[in-house]
Design a protein around this ligand. Structure first.
Ligand code: MF3
Ligand code: CO
Ligand code: CO
Length: 283
């Protein structure tokens, strides 16, 4: 990553007006990203192309998901589509993760591991989280799917969590801060009586799976790293119907569950901070 970045750094410098504004922020003691996290046009093009495949994968899942299938069947769909489009599933073998996608059902918050034994039932809600590598560039997104007849409470959780993502994206303006995103999301979620998972969050993405900064979904306005045009981050709120606490599966060391056993939902996009707002790269 370093060598590639140095090459691009010479060919595509950060515009001087952006460097000047960063310097002003630094004077006001704000936290700024390292320059390697400010993506250059050719890198943004690469991430954008990875995003197109990533969206195609999730569209493919959307067309095929149904009650009775197993979460392993979803893994197969994701792996086949990704390969057929010349891309790679980032999760497979990532820090020992054993599958190509995360499939998190009901009280599973995230990192549910696909299994032949785990079937989807009528009334389930499931998050499918795909990260796609194309030509070395990463795009990361997830959606919720409702299986058959879902209870009104579950449907509301799914739809309001999507709204939380939209609110977070709206807050992710150039020269705002990471804290503004978490503030907006948590304020809305809590107004509905939901809670926000704290231990996991969004992240920088693009040249690696998980880059700086950590994007908390709770926060204080005006705190944390400044959002500089050219940054690419994910926003991926995990919203719980009950309490915020989570536990990790002691057997597989991956899957996160709500501590109280109540439902959880999550939606995720990869977004580019631009000079005028932001752009979703995983539509
Ligand atoms: N896609 C998840 C995220 O949004 C990370 C999954 S890590 C894995 O950051 F290893 F479980 F795939
Ligand atoms: Co993801
Ligand atoms: Co992510």
């Amino acid at each position: 990553m370093d060598e590639r970045w140095k090459q691009i750094d010479r060919d595509e410098p950060i515009p001087s007006h952006i460097l000047e504004r960063m310097a002003e922020c630094r004077k006001r003691r704000m936290i700024l990203p390292d320059e390697e996290y400010i993506k250059r046009p050719s890198q943004i093009e690469g991430i954008r192309r990875a995003g197109v495949i990533n969206t195609g994968v999730l569209d493919e899942v959307a067309g095929k998901i149904h009650a009775g299938m197993s979460t392993q069947d979803i893994d197969n769909i994701v792996a086949e589509y990704t390969k057929a489009h010349g891309a790679i599933c980032a999760p497979l073998n990532y820090e020992g993760y054993p599958k190509s996608v995360c499939t998190s059902v009901n009280e599973e918050v995230c990192h549910g591991i696909p299994s032949r034994l785990k079937k989807l039932h009528d009334g389930d809600i499931i998050n499918v989280d795909c990260t796609t590598i194309l030509d070395g560039y990463y795009a990361d997104a997830s959606r919720m799917f409702m299986i058959g007849n879902v209870s009104p409470a579950r449907k509301k959780l799914v739809e309001e969590t999507r709204k939380c993502l939209e609110i977070g994206i709206a807050a992710a303006q150039p020269w705002a801060t990471i804290g503004d995103i978490g503030y907006a999301i948590s304020k809305y979620a809590r107004s509905l009586g939901y809670s926000v998972v704290r231990e996991l969050g969004g992240h920088g993405v693009g040249l690696e799976f998980h880059e700086d900064p950590f994007v908390s979904h709770i926060g204080k306005k005006g705190t944390g790293m400044v959002l500089v045009p050219g940054m690419v981050i994910t926003i991926e709120p995990m919203i719980n119907a009950g309490k915020a606490g989570v536990v990790i599966d002691p057997y597989n060391d991956w899957t996160i569950y709500t501590a109280d056993g109540k439902d959880s939902a999550q939606w995720e996009h990869t977004i580019l901070i631009t000079e005028t707002g932001n752009e979703i790269l995983t539509y």
